[in-house]
Design a protein around this ligand. Structure first.
Ligand code: HEM
Length: 328
């Protein structure tokens, strides 16, 4: 066969086995040779962490979202800014938890494979296991990310959508990270686990919708009355926590979509999924007809897509000994 034709055939074979948005440098089983214990060790640590405090499963899932959307999945959420202007210091990070747990997992990995597994990959593996330990899917994760060296509160404020975001803006926040409407609606389903502070939704949804001093007319009235019991009007309350999926806040299931579909979701950004034809159809199907298996498969794909955002691989970035390093 002529060399040219052989090359074309080869390229076609390679293209057919690579997913459309594959990221060079990331691979499932990246640590198979260099640290074969890595994935088992992360799971064992996560199991111990969640057994002691089940609220850390949702916390660590959210942690990946905050890492990946800000400067890509590069572990930069862990960096500590000397001048108090890092990602950790930004308002959207105030209630974020998981720093100590990522550091704990990193320390264990340093004992068996020094300077090998990145903080960025630990965050992605911990999120995967958080989902699994909440009865969600345990999908294969791509690894091979390296850690970034910079952190800025400006990026966090700029790149993370606030809970008051409408559907048009949500799609923009996601599309600038190369994620589509399906990633948006599927990943929003992460709100099937965890809790939120009254301060994140009470203003928009209960007391001052669109700055008009009224309740969000789209919110189910019975649900709104329950929420009003929990969250008082007036001062922003960041102490009282409300289950985002009432009744099953630690079980990864389809209830989130039933909540959204019946106007009993918490944030403007959840409710907003009903304002676009595609996301609305997805919510409706998940709420009424879909199987858990279908959602789990979609979730694995969407988490893989999120895990590919602006990653550092190869010779870029670094592998640190400690994730919470100080930066200027
Ligand atoms: C679509 C845009 C999103 C918005 C506007 C949003 C907003 C929020 C807000 C305001 C909270 C409550 C924080 C608090 O009160 O402490 C929250 C919690 C949470 N979010 Fe999101 N989120 C979004 C997407 C995501 C994604 C993509 C994931 C994961 C893949 C995620 C996972 C979680 C989890 C698990 C919690 C509960 C955390 C806990 O209980 O500690 N969110 N989100």
């Amino acid at each position: 066969m002529a060399l040219g034709r052989l090359l074309v055939r080869l390229l076609m074979v390679v293209a057919s086995v690579l997913p459309a948005s594959a990221n060079a440098g990331l691979a499932v089983g990246f640590y198979n040779e260099s640290c074969p214990q890595a994935e088992d060790l992360v799971l064992a640590e996560m199991r111990a962490i969640v057994e002691k405090d089940k609220t850390l499963a949702p916390a660590l899932l959210r942690f990946m979202f905050h890492d990946c959307f800000v400067r890509g999945c590069d572990g930069s959420i862990m960096l500590i800014s000397r001048n108090g202007k890092g990602e950790r210091d930004a308002i959207p990070s105030y209630s974020l938890r998981g720093y100590d747990e990522v550091e704990r997992i990193k320390a264990k990995l340093e004992e068996v494979c020094p300077l090998t597994v990145s903080c960025a990959d630990i965050i992605v593996m911990a999120a995967r296991d958080a989902v699994h330990l909440s009865n969600g899917p345990r999908y294969a994760v791509e690894t091979g990310r390296r850690d970034g060296k910079a952190s800025s509160d400006f990026d966090t404020n700029n790149d993370l959508p606030p809970p008051s975001t409408n559907i048009v803006d949500l799609k923009t926040y996601f599309s600038v990270k190369s994620l589509g409407w399906k990633d948006l609606v599927v990943l929003s389903g992460s709100h099937t686990i965890g809790k939120a502070q009254c301060s994140t939704f009470a203003g928009d949804r209960l007391y001052n919708y669109s700055g008009k001093g009224v309740q969000d007319p789209s919110l189910n009235k019975t649900y709104a009355a329950d929420l009003r019991q929990a969250c008082e009007a007036g001062v922003p309350d960041d102490k009282t926590l409300v289950e985002m999926d009432p009744g099953s806040p630690y079980t990864f299931d389809l209830d989130y979509y039933r909540d959204v579909y019946s106007n009993t979701s918490l944030f403007v950004s959840d409710q907003a999924l009903l304002d676009d034809q595609w996301t609305r159809e997805y919510v409706a199907r998940m709420a009424t007809a879909a199987s858990l298996d279908e959602y789990f498969a979609d979730y694995a794909t969407a988490m893989t897509n999120m895990g590919r955002i602006e990653v550092l691989t190869g010779d870029n970035g670094e592998i640190r000994k400690v994730c919470g390093a100080y930066v200027d």
